[in-house]
Design a protein around this ligand. Structure first.
Ligand code: ADP
Ligand code: DP6
Length: 512
């Protein structure tokens, strides 16, 4: 596959495929004893097996001599691979960040989604089992097939009777396999493990990846961006597992591929700050142009693979400038057990924006206020200076957060969207007024009833006091739950496969 369409299955002589692979993988020679990972091109007389992936492991001498540097690592797909990606909180930039000219501030969180890939020696080539053991019935099995005409790899769910579809998993699988364009894909099991903060749950102590005992569809999300962290970790895990690549050395490939898959699964092109944070970590974000993804045709199109590879390999004009919360500033999230329907809210705001002649003034004013908070937070010293800088900046941070909230409420009223609903206003105001050292809080991202986010001066017991205040704050549906998650700047991370022993035991000998 690659640059020219419809030249037969997986033709690595194609130059686009060659350079795409060079971009991603350190190739070593193909071991004749392995059953996976080597290729024969159709032009060299390859036999394509019934699932479309080449079953044989013996490359022809011609293919070998012409492309020896392009063969997949001998360990690809044979070992266990574990990767995690963080959730996010968009402290400033909700809605405005949808414009490439506006800036957002997104913090990556210590709440991560892990994906662990293990070989499935008994499985057929091209078969995948994906499970999410924290949820009832969350197992999806797939058969992947290369149609051989340069359209996307097809991924068919084979247990559709027992499990509802998981479009994020299926699309991430489809996009990663299409991008990799492997001639043979080893049977693989992927296990998803999500930190507890992603869902409303009882307060700690809980097991590390608590079994919620309900179907995924019944879990209450807190708004930390589960699908973006999942798609990013899943994509990274597949790229790494199936090519033995150090994915950390190819972050732009991972980012672009995960953005493409996430947008396709969502059926819309969002600003992408969540996938950016899942990949790169905390950053000042300015989005890519949505037209970048418009270049990728429908998966059934015979130019799909070539366009996907080309788009993923290219550098997208966007900004994701690393930031970290300075040691003097703490961040805490409070789950109000609500959750929000972001797509509907975004639609209403964008409709208002299109139809109201004065909307640009409101928009620009909000972006200016966001920038002003971003500047003061990112200019704080990155090392501890005994709290001098934060003491000086504290009133200004509080004022700027207040200014943003005023502008956000005004935008919400004009667009008819409860971005900061009255109950959240009351909560944010109560914390800011009652907890000494609390600098202010926002309803992050699209707003609504997602977990609220506070900044505080991280000195003495301010953090503990803030958490205590939240845990006593009475809402209509109970008290607020302070989440465990803190800002943790790192994006995607390769995990130690030995670090899941407690998890195996907890899930009754789950094989990882
Ligand atoms: N732990 C998980 N295991 C499997 N799939 C998950 C998990 N968490 C999230 N997902 C996928 O992501 C979807 C939720 O995405 P979305 O509604 O966009 O929420 P969010 O705002 O948290 O990203 C789920 O329906 C499921 O497809
Ligand atoms: C409105 C937005 O600018 C921000 C939405 O942020 P959230 O953090 O609310 O996102 P979800 O996790 O998908 O609900 C839309 C966007 O930037 O895509």
């Amino acid at each position: 596959m690659g640059g020219s369409a419809a030249t037969g299955p997986r033709n690595f002589e194609n130059s686009a495929a060659l350079s795409r692979l060079q971009d991603l993988v350190v190739f070593v020679s193909c071991p004749l004893e392995r059953g996976v990972g080597c290729f024969r091109s159709a032009r060299l007389g390859t036999k394509v097996d019934s699932v479309g992936f080449v079953g044989s492991n013996v490359p022809t001498p011609t293919a070998r001599s012409a492309h020896s540097e392009l063969l997949i690592s001998p360990t690809a797909g044979m070992a266990t691979t574990a990767i995690s990606a963080p959730g996010k909180v968009l402290l400033a930039g909700g809605y405005t960040v949808l414009d490439a000219g506006c800036r957002g501030l997104v913090f990556a969180l210590s709440a991560r989604i892990h994906v662990v890939a293990t070989p499935d020696p008994a499985g057929e080539s091209g078969s995948f089992t994906v499970r999410s053991p924290q949820f009832d019935g969350a197992v999806w099995t797939y058969s992947a097939r290369d149609p051989g005409d340069s359209s996307a790899v097809t991924v068919t769910q084979t247990n559709s009777d027992s499990s509802s579809a998981n479009p994020f998993v299926a699309t991430a699988l489809r996009y990663a396999l299409s991008y990799l364009a492997l001639p043979s894909v080893p049977a693989t099991t992927l296990t998803i493990l999500a930190d507890n903060d992603y869902y409303s749950q009882p307060p700690p102590p809980l097991p590390r990846f608590n079994n919620l005992g309900v179907p995924l569809s019944a879990a209450h999300k807190t708004g930390l961006g589960s699908s973006a962290a999942l798609v990013t970790a899943f994509t990274a895990c597949l790229l790494s597992h199936l090519s033995s690549t150090d994915v950390k050395s190819h972050l732009h490939v991972l980012h672009n591929l995960a953005q493409a898959a996430h947008c396709a699964a969502q059926g819309k092109v969002g600003s992408g700050f969540d996938v950016a944070a899942a990949t790169y970590g905390s950053c000042q974000y300015q989005r890519f142009q949505p037209s970048v993804l418009a270049a990728i045709p429908d998966p059934s199109d015979s130019s799909f693979t070539a366009k996907l590879q080309e788009t993923v390999r290219s550098q997208w004009p966007m900004t994701c400038a690393p930031v970290a919360l300075p040691p003097s500033l703490g961040l805490v999230l409070g789950d109000v057990r609500g959750g929000s329907a972001t797509p509907g809210m975004v639609r209403s705001v964008l409709d208002w924006r299109k139809n109201d002649a004065d909307s640009q003034v409101t928009w620009t004013a909000l972006d200016a206020r966001n920038r002003s908070l971003i500047d003061v937070v990112t200019e704080l010293p990155s090392s501890d200076d005994n709290g001098t800088a934060i003491t000086t900046a504290a009133p200004s941070i509080t004022r700027r957060i207040t200014d943003i909230r005023t502008a956000v409420r005004s935008l919400g009223e004009k667009a008819g969207v409860p971005i900061e609903p009255p109950s959240q206003t009351a909560l944010l105001d109560a914390v800011t007024a009652s907890v000494p050292g609390a600098l202010g809080g926002v309803v992050p991202g699209a707003g609504g009833y997602d977990a609220v986010c506070f900044l505080y001066v991280d000195a003495g017991d301010t953090g503990a006091k803030l958490r205590e205040f939240l845990s006593k704050y009475q809402l209509e549906n109970g008290v607020v739950r302070a989440l465990e998650a803190r800002e943790e700047r790192e994006g995607v991370r390769v995990e130690d496969v030995g670090s899941y022993d407690d998890v195996k035991a907890y899930f009754d000998g789950l094989a990882l």
